[in-house]
Design a protein around this ligand. Structure first.
Ligand SMILES: [Zn+2]
Length: 319
């Protein structure tokens, strides 16, 4: 009996070592990924489907341009393996936190990924062009495959399927948006040049450079002159951003209004969000720009579509 005890100890020790080797380490269980904004999070979630789920950093109801990270989110960020974001010029406040993260955390700044050409003006809402989104998906896939080789085949296959779906989405949107070429409208903030350039559209102006930055009186006066010259057929606001100034102009001019949501502010985060967001943009542009024309200031009370749009304008502006 006395000689069995050491043997047992030895066996238990061996079993313990075997358990240590076989037990999955946190990294082997999948990479921990944090993504700044909902549309990019959606693309990443599609590539990672079946492996693990990425975290979304910026709350959807706030502007990412000026988002201040809560201490709990900053802590969560420091425990990830990979942070995917647009970049410092787009998410200024987030940049300060990302710069202080431990060196071992991989950063993927999509503005520097080589997908988009940044001409003067630098519109960083790059996901709004599906062809650029396809390029972003390839970059995301490459980094995930490098960090998490165990799921490499899954990431490659998910990315391949996603790219095929994005290509189909692009054709679908091109068909839907083709009749809108030459239409003039105003957007709330300067977020849509990537989308517009790709689909041959062009807004006549924006109210604000970023949602939180107020425009000067001269800029607003210029927009008012454009409206007065009857060059504008629709004003688009954004969810959560309908300042009194824009509300006043919509009421005063009797122009049709619609809502464009470049971030998916009201959508459920996940793989479907990107597709819903893009289809909503096309549907809402069509809804406002293809409605029957009515003259500025003088609404046609008998026409149901204009009554509906007035009601809709009240709904969106009275929030
Ligand atoms: Zn923006």
């Amino acid at each position: 009996m006395t000689c069995q005890k050491p043997y047992h100890k030895h066996l238990l020790f061996k079993l313990f070592l075997l358990f240590c080797v076989l037990a999955p380490s946190p990294v082997a269980a999948g990479v921990r990924v944090a993504v700044s904004i909902a549309p990019i999070h959606s693309l990443v979630a599609s590539v990672m489907a079946g492996a693990s789920q990425p975290d979304l950093i910026v709350r959807q109801n706030v502007s990412p341009h000026n988002y201040q990270l809560t201490p709990s989110k900053a802590l969560q960020l420091s425990r990830t393996d990979l942070v995917i974001w647009i970049g410092e010029d787009f998410e200024r406040a987030l940049g300060k936190v990302i710069r202080t993260l431990p060196k071992k955390i991989t950063r993927l700044a999509l503005d520097a990924a080589g997908c988009a050409v940044f001409e003067e003006g630098r519109d960083l809402h790059i996901w709004l062009n599906p062809v650029l989104a396809i390029c972003l998906v390839r970059k995301i896939r490459t980094v995930l495959v490098r960090l998490d080789g165990e799921h490499a085949d899954l990431y490659r296959e998910n990315a391949r399927l996603l790219i095929a779906r994005l290509t189909m989405l692009d054709h679908e949107l091109a068909t839907q948006l083709a009749p809108l070429k030459g239409k003039k409208y105003l957007v709330f903030h300067d977020a849509y040049t990537r989308f517009e350039k790709h689909y041959g559209l062009k807004s006549a102006g924006f109210f604000r450079l970023t949602p939180e930055r107020l425009s000067g009186a001269r800029h607003i006066a210029r927009l008012r002159r454009k409206i007065a010259r009857a060059e504008i057929s629709c004003i688009f606001t954004e969810p959560g951003f309908i300042p009194a100034q824009v509300r006043g102009i919509i009421r005063e001019t009797g122009l049709r209004s619609g809502v464009l949501d470049p971030l998916g502010a009201r959508l459920k985060p996940g793989p479907a969000l990107y597709f819903q967001l893009m289809r909503n943009l096309a549907r809402n542009l069509r809804g406002c720009l293809m409605a029957r024309k009515r003259s500025n200031k003088k609404a046609d009370p008998g026409f149901p579509a204009s009554a509906f749009s007035r009601y809709f304008a009240c709904l969106v502006t009275d929030q």
